[in-house]
Design a protein around this ligand. Structure first.
Ligand code: HEM
Length: 400
């Protein structure tokens, strides 16, 4: 089917695709005022961002204590003081230890066969469809949902509620408060019930492993475990879905010449996945927040105690002192330094190796199975999924 110029089905949105996002250039740490008036320090050079994310003097917990720097623009599960991501020091380590054996590169490598078979099943179903088909409904959404559901041991009913909960868990603040509270309460009740069930009747899923490890460890507040399970369920599919959708939009829309090599060579697909993870942000927010416990020097500048710090990983991933200019030119080239797209330090993304594997396999296999795949509508006609801090196409109609 020829590429269609018909924009009737998908109305053009004002937002640019994420691969064309603008980043303020890297520079020394400097004070900034956010649109809502909050004052913070922006850190944007590669080594400065690494310093902020790895130095224990910069923490997360204080951001969620009443009467300290208010962390505005965050709501939903992400704003919960019980979330592992919002814990520091020993409290944080205690939670992370419950999952220490899961998610290591070696463990994740052992999951490869069943993840590969999920990818093939999704492609089997996609390939028998009549074009144009929607890659979001048929691939980028169900694939990470299949993976996290199998890992966490979710039943069909939970899978069906997953997107609803995710919208509220990762809300961009646009949801009315009267809808937020019941949705989050329902999600927490689901997490609590799942934990109780696996405590009583453990299986070979991560929820059972986590609850067993937490009970051995002892003393972990149940609310923290509930938020951990809920965070894994939503965080474990939403970011991967977002990344896969935005990566496919870019590759099919603007880098079609790379498609044959991605399909022919799994390693090459892994390199492309890594580079796109590095360059294409998950959304429009800039900077992950930390709180400075004491006066701390970063890149020759003293950040005063009590400040909120925004570590801009997207800008740092483009720091000209570390990375060559025109980073999109060769998508197959290895990165000059580890990407900051999964963060760094104690909160380094727990699911980084899983996400990498899912992206590598899903890009490689779709390009191998559907060598003639192309967008049925131009990139600029895409409609964006709204309401969450992550942004990806609502639909990606394709033909082959
Ligand atoms: C493309 C996919 C993904 C990206 C780009 C991503 C990115 C990130 C980033 C940047 C952080 C650290 C944030 C910070 O320090 O400010 C993070 C933390 C985290 N991620 Fe991911 N993530 C992805 C997939 C996943 C998956 C698949 C899972 C789970 C299965 C996951 C679970 C987590 C958890 C639990 C944390 C918090 C870790 C902690 O606080 O110790 N992520 N992720």
């Amino acid at each position: 089917m020829p590429l269609s110029d018909d924009n009737d089905v998908i109305t053009a949105a004002q937002l640019p695709p994420l691969h064309r996002s603008d980043f303020e250039p890297s520079g020394p740490p400097r004070p900034v005022e956010l649109p809502d008036g909050t004052r913070a320090w922006r850190v944007s050079r590669y080594h400065d961002v690494r310093k902020v994310l790895t130095d224990p003097r910069f923490g997360r917990a204080q951001l969620h204590v009443p009467d300290t720097v208010p962390l505005t623009g965050q709501s939903g599960l992400v704003a919960s003081a019980d979330l592992m991501f919002n814990q520091d020091g020993e409290d944080h380590l205690r939670l992370r230890r419950t999952l220490r054996r899961a998610f290591t590169p070696r463990t994740v490598a052992r999951w490869r066969p069943w993840i590969a078979s999920i990818v093939e099943q999704r492609l089997d179903a996609l390939a028998v469809g009549t074009a144009p088909v929607d890659l979001v409904a048929g691939y980028t959404l169900p694939l990470p949902v299949d993976v996290i559901s199998r890992l966490m041991g979710l039943d069909v009913a939970a899978r069906e509620r997953l997107r609803h909960w995710t919208e509220y868990a990762f809300s961009d603040g646009s949801h009315p408060e009267e809808d937020m509270a019941p949705a989050l309460a329902e999600f927490a009740a689901f997490g609590a019930a799942l934990l109780a069930e696996r405590r009583k009747d453990p299986g070979d899923d991560l929820t059972s492993m986590l609850v067993g490890a937490a009970d051995d460890e002892g003393g972990i507040p149940e609310g923290q475990l509930v938020d951990l399970v809920c965070g894994l369920v939503v965080g474990g599919h939403d970011s991967t879905m977002t990344m896969l959708g935005n990566a496919l939009l870019y590759l099919l829309g603007e880098r079609r010449e790379c498609w044959p090599r991605i399909g022919a060579d799994e390693e090459a697909a892994g390199a492309v996945a890594e580079r796109l993870l590095h360059l294409v942000p998950l959304g429009d927010d800039r900077g992950t927040a930390r709180h400075a416990a004491v006066d701390t020097e970063v890149g020759g500048v003293t950040i005063p105690a009590g400040s909120m710090v925004l570590a801009d990983c997207g800008a740092a991933n483009r720091d000209p002192e570390v990375f060559a200019p025109r980073p999109f030119d060769d998508l197959f080239a290895p990165l000059a330094a580890p990407t900051l797209s999964f963060g760094a330090g104690p909160h380094y993304c727990l699911g980084a190796w899983l996400a990498r594997l899912e992206l590598q396999l899903s890009l490689h296999r779709i390009a191998a199975r559907l060598p003639g795949l192309r967008l049925a509508h131009p990139v600029d006609a895409v409609e964006w999924r709204e309401g969450t801090t992550s942004r990806s196409p609502e639909r990606i109609p394709v033909a082959w």
